[in-house]
Each structure stands twice: as C-alpha cells, then as structure tokens.
Ligand binder design. Sequence first.
Ligand code: CO
Length: 175
Amino acid sequence: MIRPIYTYGEPILEKEAEDIDLDDQSLDVIIKDMFETMYNAEGLGLAAPQIGISKKIIVIDEKDILKGVFINARILRYLGPLSKMEEGCLSFPSLETNIIRPIASEIEWYDENKNYHKEIIVGIKSRILQHEIDHINGLLITDRMDEQEKNEKLGQLKDIKNKKFQIKKRYDTNF
Ligand code: CO
C-alpha cells in the first residue's frame, strides 16, 4: 500500500525512532509499503518516520549501487575526509541542497532475514545510508546544511513547512 509521505514540519520527522523488534509481525507489511511508497515517489531511499512510523527501518534502492532493508541501523563511526554533494529528500519536495558528510562510515544493521551486518561503507552508499540513518535519529538535511546554504534556501524551507509546494520535478538524489 502506498502511504502518504510526511514532509518537513511534521514533528515525527524530528523525533528519534525506536528500535523495532525483529519478530514484530508488522515488519513485513511495513517494508513492503515502504518500497511501494518509495518507488511511487521515485525516491532512492526511505525511512519509516517519513511514512509516519517511528521505528528504525530503512529501505534503499539505488539501481546497481545499493539495494536493501536496513533494520535498527546504527553508525558506529565516521571515517575519512569530508565530501560535499547535492542531496534531495522526499520529505523536502523540490529542494536540492549541498550537504557535507564524511566519505565513509562503519555501520551495523539487521536485514529483512534478521541477519546481522557490520561493514565499513564508502562513497555514495555511505552518503545514502548516513542520510537515512539521520532520519531514524530524528535528523534532517536542515540539521546538516551550512549557514550559507540555509540562508539561500530559507524561503523554500518556509514554503515546505507551510505545505506550499508542488511536486514538479523529481531528482535523482532523492533519499
Ligand atoms: Co530523506
């Protein structure tokens, strides 16, 4: 089922989500709905709080780069130099903004088959995961924008908060 996507200004997006019990009976349905909602919105990644569920579940499908389900994901450490790249977010319709993030990170998570993973992830994969893990920790791109970027996008951010937006253009950076 395609669910509505919560946008900037909704309190659930700025609240830390809870760990989900791997035996939770609703997990399969939530994951299925998250993929459907993400594909429908032409996004590459989606975190459960973005559909109003305050649980630590992430789905990602970035073509050949990274596809999967990340449950109770955690960043253990950030690694490497910083890099700047444009990011979009399904909770910020029509906004693209430069975000500085460390190039790599060590991440742990469970997949949909309850298998535990711990890996050092580098580059675009790490960027997407850092963005999605921010979501489950209640952090948004507005928490990562520098002052200059924030000032430039102030009007657009205000409009999104006031629900004055139209989804005119899809970006291939919508995490
Ligand atoms: Co996002």
